[in-house]
Design a protein around this ligand. Structure first.
Ligand code: PGA
Length: 251
């Protein structure tokens, strides 16, 4: 089975409600051609999920969140958003374990695995982020870091459950630096080999790349054998560049 390419926009902490709706509407308006062969998703801040979901309605562009609570139920967790709430809001995806959450919010692989498990339980597909820092790459530790993150942060999905892993080298996020095609393919092939052993249905696993993906480099990255899409930060804040990346995936 051919894995469907996923191009997901991680809007991070950007924009007013009005700007979010305008961006979503403009993606929705022009998404038609790309989404025939590529799956598109937008991940706005929590407070804009409902408005962006409304703007995307009927456009065939999926909604995603940027984080989820590891706690399953309604209860005393001030500030948290649960997986059932995301499902209720119409989210198909949720990003978990982004390096910014690992770095600034102390998220460990164990917390990330618990969050991903909550999402899967509610039918929300987790996009689980892994990736090495520059120091780790320069010290030759990339493969070991990836093996340990994938081992601890990726729960085994229930049969039939979809799963997305995003390889995002920390040094390539928001820096303009992109990993080379060989570096990306190496790590993606490693992740696939690690997870295929564990998954009942490996065809349900997609491995996407993130880190300064833009229209100019998307074609090369997305043509790699084990790259099933992209997690796009900065370039997802303009409909034009986001859709140009989707177009590159299609070509
Ligand atoms: P970037 O961000 O495309 O701006 O590098 C990617 C990400 O953090 O998911």
């Amino acid at each position: 089975m051919k894995r469907r390419t996923l191009i997901a926009g991680n809007w991070k902490m950007n924009g007013t409600r009005q700007a979010a709706v305008a961006l979503a509407e403009s993606v929705a308006r022009s998404a038609g051609e790309a989404r025939a062969s590529v799956e598109l998703a937008l991940c706005p801040p929590f407070v804009h999920l409902e408005a962006v979901g409304g703007a995307l309605s009927g456009a065939g562009v999926e909604l995603g969140a940027q984080d989820v609570s590891r706690h399953p139920h309604d209860g005393a967790c001030t500030g948290e958003i649960s997986a059932p709430m995301l499902a209720d809001m119409g989210c198909r995806y949720v990003i978990v374990g982004h390096s910014e959450r690992r770095q600034y919010h102390g998220e460990t692989d164990e917390i990330i695995a618990a969050k991903a498990a909550q999402a899967m339980e509610c039918g929300v597909i987790p996009i689980i982020c892994v990736g090495e820092t520059l120091d780790q790459r320069q010290a030759g530790q990339t493969a070991a870091v990836i093996e340990s993150q994938v081992g601890a942060a990726v729960p085994s999905p229930a049969a039939g459950g979809d799963l997305v892993v995003a390889y995002e080298p920390v040094w390539a996020i928001g820096t303009g630096l992109t990993a080379s095609a060989a570096q990306i393919e190496d790590v993606h092939a490693q992740i696939r080999a690690l997870l295929e052993k564990r998954l009942a249905e490996p065809a349900h696993l997609r491995i996407i790349y993130g880190g300064s993906v833009k229209p100019e480099n998307a074609g090369e990255i997305l043509s790699l054998a084990n790259v099933d899409g992209a997690l796009v930060g900065g370039a997802s804040l303009k409909a034009e560049t986001f859709l140009a990346i989707a177009q590159a995936a299609k070509d």
